[in-house]
Ligand binder design. Structure first.
Ligand SMILES: Nc1ncnc2c1ncn2[C@@H]1O[C@H](COP(=O)(O)OP(=O)(O)OP(=O)(O)O)[C@@H](O)[C@H]1O
Ligand SMILES: [Mg+2]
Length: 179
């Protein structure tokens, strides 16, 4: 994939499918360590130990429309091509955490891409899930938290078109300010 935001969308969609009520996305850019870390954590149904062992294999999937699952294995390959790795921990009935690293300046590392669009898609598709997107860059931090926004909107659904547009602008501005 050309943008990491599309991988993030795919992994977060696994959390949606796992019936999570809260999904946290953490992106940390550390120039001194030359490290990009992406973490996606949910409180969904989790996976059994047995399934977890083979989950990065593209043939492990609980989807029924197609026999091959791709999200995790594609993201893992992208990380490994950039001196990084993908780790996943999960507990049945508790939730799942996916952690992916990249060498920040690796020539083959895809750009982060359109995180605003990824969050708009996620929130628009699941307005009742709590999404938290934290983006840290060399000590500066941007935070997007749907629980806070929901409070401010007092009753207006998050998938209202005006709200989705506002979310896009809010995230783009927030990320642009991280320099
Ligand atoms: N956050 C999660 N919680 C519970 N199960 C998960 C989670 N993420 C992945 N899984 C399980 O791992 C399988 C593989 O995930 P992966 O994203 O690689 O493929 P997929 O979602 O099945 O297919 P695709 O991503 O190509 O649509 C899923 O089918 C699901 O059973
Ligand atoms: Mg998937």
């Amino acid at each position: 994939m050309k943008e990491l935001s599309l991988h993030i969308l795919d992994i977060a969609e696994n959390s949606v499918k796992a019936k999570a009520s809260k999904i946290e996305i953490d992106i940390t850019e550390d120039t001194a360590k030359n490290l990009l870390t992406i973490e996606i954590k949910d409180n969904g149904c989790g996976m059994s130990e047995e399934f977890l062992k083979k989950v990065k294999d593209p043939f492990s999937t609980t989807r029924t429309t197609r026999k091959v699952g791709m999200g995790l294995s594609l993201f893992e390959s992208a990380a490994q091509q950039c001196d990084g790795k993908l780790e996943i921990s999960s507990k049945e009935g508790v939730g799942t955490e996916v952690s992916v690293t990249f060498a920040l300046n690796h020539i083959d590392r895809a750009p982060l891409g359109d995180m605003a669009g990824t969050m708009q898609t996620l929130v628009g598709g699941s307005p009742d899930i709590d999404f938290i997107y934290r983006h840290k860059k060399d000590g500066q931090e941007f935070l997007f938290d749907t629980a806070q926004i929901r409070e401010t909107l007092s009753g207006v659904p998050l998938d209202t078109p005006e709200v989705i547009l506002w979310i896009g602008d809010f995230i783009n501005e927030g990320i642009n300010e991280l320099n």
